[in-house]
Design a protein around this ligand. Sequence first.
Ligand SMILES: *[C@@H]1O[C@H](CO)[C@@H](O)[C@H](O)[C@H]1NC(C)=O
Ligand SMILES: *[C@@H]1O[C@H](CO)[C@@H](O)[C@H](O)[C@H]1NC(C)=O
Length: 259
Amino acid sequence: MAFLSKILNLSAILMVGFIYFARGDGSAGFTQSKAVYYPNSIQQGTQYGSCEYGAFGATLNGGDVSAASRLYRNGVGCGACYQVLCTNNKYCSTNGVKIVITDSGASDSTDFILSQHAFAGMGQTPDAGLAILALGYVGIQYRRVPCNYPNKNISFYIDKSSNFPYYLAFQIWYHSGDKDITAVQLCETISLTCKLLERSHGATWAVGSPPSGPLSIRMLLSGDNDNDDNDDTWLVSANNIPQNWTAGAIYDSGMQVQI
Ligand SMILES: *[C@@H]1O[C@H](CO)[C@@H](O)[C@H](O)[C@H]1NC(C)=O
Ligand SMILES: *[C@@H]1O[C@H](CO)[C@@H](O)[C@H](O)[C@H]1NC(C)=O
């Protein structure tokens, strides 16, 4: 009996050691931080985030979304995906959750203010998830990971504030991969003249006096490393935004970033 319990103890120690190792200990590209959650529905994300995704933000990624502080990067971080796992061995799973940034916010030196759904999702079980919610403030590790939207193409949502043909504002939805969209060009498909846009706020790109006719959209994908220009590539939409684009419409680009 004593022998058996020694073996059990030993395997428990090995197990803890293994889990600790599997968590990366900061060595596998993980950053150590803290996270809290905001008191939204446990089922949903938020439609009120700074990225201004609206109703799309409430259902995006099954409600596993987050506000970010420095990772928000003035809106460049909108739509970026991170693997976030909490570090309490008793309750937290080793894979944690994959979240999408939809909002900006900071609290007590946290990197993330997760949706309730994402926060509880870091638990080993639904009960452990409730225990983590009760803790409220947890140590985490996180790393950037590719977003992945099976059966979705990159799509352009024409913002409600748009006013044909004078003002065009849009968001880029379902952007797969782990690169940022750092610039956007709108190109006339007949004259081939292009206009370089700027991010107006959150995830929204906007332009007064937009080019006319069917419009091709070019998106600059940039890697994490700001010093490495070789990382940048232009992605050109396969489908055009139609000549008579309308506010509230969603246009399918006909393509996706291959990961
Ligand atoms: C836009 O134009 C296309 C083709 O010219 C037409 O089929 C479509 O009904 C138009 N849509 C709107 C909203 O006017
Ligand atoms: C994505 O675009 C391709 C090419 O236009 C199209 O065949 C496919 O149906 C689109 N996928 C979805 C989910 O709409």
